[in-house]
Design a protein around this ligand. Structure first.
Ligand SMILES: NC(=O)c1ccc[n+]([C@@H]2O[C@H](COP(=O)([O-])OP(=O)(O)OC[C@H]3O[C@@H](n4cnc5c(N)ncnc54)[C@H](OP(=O)(O)O)[C@@H]3O)[C@@H](O)[C@H]2O)c1
Length: 243
């Protein structure tokens, strides 16, 4: 059995589409026919190891509120907004209040800001939003309280905006990836004291790949396949949530 989705003629914005999960989701929508715009923090696409030439690229740091608003102002048409950009601080830095605040700004506040500004375009197109949550949406995040707080709030906000905007025909859903091999997790993949318990708790016994998020993203964005689905967060986690 195969499943395919056609996004020909559709316009998609993937924040943080320059690498990892965001890049895979951007490639998935591109391969399904969409025009895809991505964002990243670097000057241009030549500053990234992957070939990003099939995308429209904007440099946006989510800590820069005017830049986030300028990004939204520049969008003229939109069918799918993927709020994927995110980061974390590590070690002692993760516990500093200013970094807690920065994490909330990047991972949560910018998601609301973009969603708020772009909602009228999504209302006009009958489009949808896909947020990127996390296992830390459900479980404590002792090494990154700001990250956990931001991702838990993403799950909550997904439900709130889904309820708020259902009357406008805008669906709002989220994906909660398990532990995925990207540059965000690269620093911990070789730290056995962190990586071993993760793998022991993941019934499928391995790290996920960014490309394994594509199917869920296309499904949630499809008005045909998921037209009566809003407010949900779908774990794509190799079973991590089951234990
Ligand atoms: N990997 C996992 O195990 C995992 C699990 C659950 C959830 N997530 C979430 O998935 C999303 C993507 O993460 P990833 O694992 O794919 O990591 P990644 O490869 O590091 O990608 C993160 C993306 O966010 C962008 N970004 C980082 N800081 C930013 C900032 N201050 N302003 C604007 N953009 C910023 C990055 O831009 P640059 O490329 O320019 O740095 C990149 O495009 C994040 O929301 C993350 O929290 C990841």
């Amino acid at each position: 059995m195969s499943a395919s989705f056609d996004f020909s003629g559709k316009t998609v914005l993937v924040t943080g589409g320059s690498s990892g999960i965001g890049l895979s989701i951007a490639q998935g929508f591109r391969d399904a026919g969409a025009q895809v715009t991505i964002t990243g923090t670097r000057d241009g696409i030549g500053d990234y190891p992957d070939d990003l030439s099939s995308f429209t690229y904007h440099q946006v740091n989510m800590l820069d509120v005017p830049a986030v608003e300028a990004l939204a102002d520049g969008v003229e048409q939109l069918d799918v907004l993927v709020n994927n950009a995110g980061t974390t601080f590590r070690g002692q830095a993760a516990l500093e209040p200013e970094n807690f605040e920065a994490t909330i700004e990047i991972n949560l506040n910018s998601v609301y800001r973009l969603s708020h500004h772009l909602q009228p375009l999504l209302k006009a197109s009958g489009g949808s939003i896909i947020n990127i949550a996390s296992m830390t949406s459900y479980f404590g995040s002792p090494r990154g309280p700001g990250y956990g707080a931001s991702k838990s709030a993403i799950l909550q906000m997904t439900m709130s905006l889904a309820a708020l905007w259902a009357k406008d025909g805008v669906r709002v859903n989220a994906i909660a990836p398990g532990w995925i091999s990207t540059k965000l997790t690269a620093p911990i993949q070789d730290m056995s004291e962190i990586a071993d318990p993760i793998l022991q708790r993941t019934p499928m016994g391995r790290w996920g790949e960014p490309g394994e998020m594509i199917g869920t993203a296309l499904f949630l964005a499809s008005a045909n396949a998921a037209g009566f689905i809003t407010g949900v967060t779908i774990p794509v986690d190799g079973g991590y949530c089951t234990l």
